[in-house]
Design a protein. Sequence first.
Length: 117
Amino acid sequence: VQLVESGGGLVQSGGSLRLSCVASGFTFSNYVMSWFRRTPGKERELVAVLMPDGGTTNYADSVKGRFTISRDNAKNTVFLQMTSLKPEDTAVYYCRAYSITSFLTYWGQGTQVTVSS
């Protein structure tokens, strides 16, 4: 099983980035996909959730209207489109796969996003 994130980097405040997470080794289309982020000294924060049907989403209040989660089940990939980025969005972003039937959970290794002011 693997989840591999990419797309992080350094961007100026107000800019955009798109994160990708490619999954392998499990039935991607059956899993709830989420993005989390962690900043040193803070607890891990749930950023966005996307149900297997691809239509039901949920977002942290801090990113609503700026971030969009989506998935391509044919490519076993989940995305996080981030716009109007702020310095407080700086964090390591992780994708997570979760099965609501088996409760299995898989994590990626994370990708760093840094937003300069």
